[in-house]
Structures are given as structure tokens and as C-alpha cells.
Design a protein. Structure first.
Length: 302
């Protein structure tokens, strides 16, 4: 297995911390970002120059490009960019404040977008690489009480799916990682919970409050196994567009995909009946012809 250099945001805890530990332990180099260097002081002491660090809060989107440029300048080449930093904002849409909404979007959605955009010129210049974007089963299945979190994850999935089509021709592969519940500190330490309004006590949105408060039933997902699967995905050719992790993620997303297909099929006649008859066939043929101009995903390389 070849030695690689990785750029990972948010290595202070959770998946990012576990990934940095595993990669450094096997001899890879890591450029990691943290909001507080003290969180990784032990890793810095243990691995010296193989761990490059920068202080970054991805919600401060104007700072992201500078961090990415400095990492490439210091390390020369970065093979894998892991957009990991993020958190969950929980509560009914009416309960969360405007400031909470803006910070959630700045962190999870705009922060991830700006990280990937900053990395792309470097990846193109070096002839390719990989991007791993941490999403969630929440990027495909929505539940009451997580509307703003879902908005960021559904948004970043659409962004990365489109970018993957744009950059495959440059040898850049993109993978959207969709973990289910994992035994990290994400839900209980990294989640921000909106103040509860009595008006929503009877709403299904209250489920998330009970879930966060319930420490007696840990999630099924093993975060170490999940990280190992993320790392292993970089060896796959072509890059898998999506990587589902956890039995709950598989079960929930499979059920939602099936529900959507049933709903779509029920609307077939309505959908087909709203085309302009004289142009419908020509427009469809034009789209398919131009969509296939770029090389297929199978031509992506690491």
C-alpha cells in the first residue's frame, strides 16, 4: 500500500481524530486543521513533521483558501482531501435562531464547498487525487427536528455529485461518505440543540431531544471500522460516488429510496403530460448527448 498525504479538516475529535491517528500510525502524512492545537498536542509530539497543523474554523470561510494553500506549499503534494469538520444543529425549524441557521450553513455547507473549491486547482495541477466529503444518512433521509442539519447535508451531496462529474476528466475522484449513527462524541458533544418551545412538545421534532438525552442506547456504528472503510475507499477504482456506513444507514436510506421511487412512478402520467410536445423528444436527446461528453466515472484515477 502506497504512502499518501492527506488533508483533513477537524482532526480534534470524532472521525477526523480517528482518521488522523490511523493514517499517522501506518506512516502516512497528515495536514490537519483544528480550532484548538491543544486537542492534538499528543499527536504533534508523537509524529513530528509528519503532522502539519493549522488552526481553522471552517465557518470562517474566507480563511479556508489560505489554509489549503499553506498545506500544499508545506507538503508539496496532497493526495486526499477529507472535508470532515461539521456539527449537527438540532431542533424544530421554528425553534432555531437566525444566528444558529447561518452558523450551521457556514460550517457544514459553505465551509465544505469552499474547502473543495480551494483544493481543486492544486489537485488539477498535480494530475489528480481524491476528495472525501463527510455527509450522513441524513443527506438522503430527513427526520423531524433536524431540518437545518438536513439542509446542509442534502446541499453538500448535490454539490459534490455535480463536482464529481466536472472533475473526473482531471483524474480527481469524489466520494460522499454517508455514516449512520456512530459511537463518537458527535451527537452529545458536537450537536447544538435549539431552546425548546412548549408549542412543539407534541411534535415529532422532539424525538431528537430525547435521542440526544438518551445515553443508555449507544448507536450501532463502530467509528474505527467506519474510518477504516473511508480510508480503504481511496484504493477503489473508480472512486465510489457514495459510501454508506452502518446498518442503520443502509436500512433507512434503502427504505427512503424505495418510497421515492414509488411516489415518482405514481406521478409518471402527470410528469410526462406536462412536456411541450413539439420539443420534448429533442430536448431529451440533446441533454443525453451533452451529458455524455465527459469521460465516464470509470476513467477516474487516484
Amino acid at each position: 500500500m502506497m504512502t499518501r498525504t492527506w488533508l483533513i479538516t477537524g482532526i480534534g475529535s470524532g472521525f477526523g481524530r480517528i482518521m488522523a491517528e490511523r493514517l499517522l500510525g501506518r506512516g502516512d502524512r497528515v495536514a490537519g486543521t483544528v480550532r484548538d492545537r491543544a486537542a492534538v498536542a499528543d499527536l504533534a509530539a508523537a509524529y513530528g513533521s509528519r503532522l502539519w497543523l493549522d488552526v481553522l474554523d471552517v465557518a470562517e470561510t474566507d480563511a479556508i483558501a489560505g489554509t489549503v494553500d499553506r498545506a500544499w506549499a508545506a507538503l508539496g503534494r496532497i493526495d486526499v482531501v477529507v472535508s470532515n469538520a461539521g456539527y449537527g444543529l438540532m431542533g424544530a425549524a421554528e425553534e432555531v435562531s437566525d444566528a444558529m441557521i447561518r452558523h450551521q450553513i457556514d460550517t457544514n455547507l459553505l465551509g465544505s464547498i469552499m474547502l473543495i473549491r480551494a483544493a481543486l486547482p492544486h489537485l488539477r495541477a498535480q494530475g489528480g487525487g481524491r476528495i472525501l466529503q463527510l455527509s450522513s444518512m441524513a443527506g438522503q433521509a430527513a427526520f423531524a427536528g433536524g431540518a437545518l442539519y438536513h439542509a446542509t447535508k442534502w446541499g453538500i451531496e448535490g454539490f459534490v455529485e455535480a463536482v464529481a462529474q466536472e472533475v473526473g476528466v482531471f483524474g480527481i475522484g469524489c466520494t460522499i461518505v454517508q455514516p449512520g449513527g456512530a459511537r463518537t462524541d458527535f451527537s452529545r458533544r458536537s450537536a447544538q440543540v435549539a431552546p425548546m418551545s412548549a408549542a412543539y412538545d407534541a411534535s415529532p421534532s422532539r424525538m431528537v431531544n430525547h435521542l440526544i438525552a438518551d445515553t443508555a442506547h449507544p448507536p450501532a456504528g463502530d467509528p474505527v471500522k467506519m474510518v477504516e472503510a473511508m480510508i480503504a475507499s481511496v484504493e477503489q477504482e473508480p472512486a465510489p460516488l457514495r459510501l454508506a456506513l452502518g446498518s442503520d444507514a443502509y436500512r433507512v436510506m434503502r427504505a427512503r429510496y424505495a418510497e421515492r421511487l414509488i411516489c415518482l412512478e405514481a406521478q409518471r402520467d402527470v410528469a410526462l403530460g406536462t412536456d411541450a410536445e413539439e420539443r420534448a423528444e429533442g430536448d431529451a436527446a440533446w441533454f443525453e448527448r451533452h451529458r455524455k461528453v465527459a469521460p465516464a466515472p470509470a476513467l477516474q484515477r487516484a
